[in-house]
Design a protein around this ligand. Structure first.
Ligand SMILES: [Zn+2]
Ligand SMILES: [Zn+2]
Length: 272
């Protein structure tokens, strides 16, 4: 039964993390769990997430590093501040009921100091923890953001901006805006924070197009205050999901895109 859900879990993990993810079903007695790691690494060379049944209706999730993770840990120690901020935001986007814990550290301000680093969570379900649906729900709520946080720190799928040097969008360089808008982990965080609908017109593409509806894009807001003073970038507040039409529309004005408020006013005055 779990096997039937494994493909769905793998595709959601790859979409959310921007990396290829490997998954194995682990049987313990009559019950089964999952091990998840990044496909391009041997299982023991990087972060591993273990999902195990915990009592009848809960899952215990633990992220830890394999014994041969030295290279990856070194890479993580060199992660830029913006990537660390996104990784922390992804972890705090997990529902409080999941009881996420990072031993000895706070959820808002953790760092991966060495191979002993671990994150644990426990998620209860209404139904038995052995059902495929419960396992998919735990993956979606807990494991996708945890793995996305690790992918961000490792630097998977770094977007190499095209040469837009010198071009500005508002007060920021076009390359920086594009990089932030195209990062799959930013998209994941943005959808988790704002929900799966267009922030401007309210379209829920998955209701309209079903499985073909994964089309929401990330838009980088540039509040007026940000144009004049140095304000700290915050992925939770400065990125919003837009449908492809609204996203095209805000960017028809250059260099500073229309604000969401301006677009909403234009939409309202053009309804016939
Ligand atoms: Zn829209
Ligand atoms: Zn945009």
């Amino acid at each position: 039964m779990l096997k039937d859900h494994a493909d769905l879990i793998a595709s959601e993990l790859s979409e959310g993390t921007g990396a290829s993810v490997a998954l194995s079903i682990v049987a313990s007695g009559m019950r089964s769990g999952l091990d998840i790691w990044f496909h391009d690494l041997e299982k023991r060379q990087g972060p591993i997430v273990e999902l195990r049944p915990h009592g009848l209706r809960a899952h215990r999730v633990q992220l830890r590093f394999g014994n041969f993770s030295r290279q990856i840990l070194k890479q993580i120690s060199e992660a830029p501040a913006e990537d660390i901020q996104l990784a922390r935001s992804l972890v705090t986007s997990i529902r409080v009921e999941a009881n996420v814990e990072i031993p000895g550290q706070s959820l808002e301000c953790w760092t991966v100091d060495d191979g002993r680093f671990t994150i644990a969570a426990t998620l209860k379900h209404e139904t038995t923890a052995d059902g495929g649906d419960a396992i998919v729900a735990t993956c979606r709520e807990v494991i996708v953001p945890l793995m996305a946080a690790m992918a961000e720190l490792i630097g998977y799928d770094e977007i190499v901006p095209e040469d837009t040097s010198g071009e500005l969008e508002g007060a920021l360089s076009l390359a920086l805006v594009r990089k932030r808008e195209r990062n799959p982990r930013n998209r994941l965080l943005c959808l988790r924070v704002h929900g799966y609908k267009c922030y401007c017109c309210g379209l829920k593409p998955q209701l309209k197009y079903g499985p073909a509806g994964k089309v929401l894009e990330v838009h980088h807001l540039q509040p007026v205050s940000q144009l004049h003073e140095e304000r700290r970038y915050d992925p939770k507040a400065d990125l919003v999901p837009l449908c492809p039409n609204c996203h095209r529309a805000v960017h028809t004005r250059r260099p500073t895109p229309y604000s969401i408020e301006e677009l909403i006013i234009m939409m309202d005055t053009n309804v016939h």
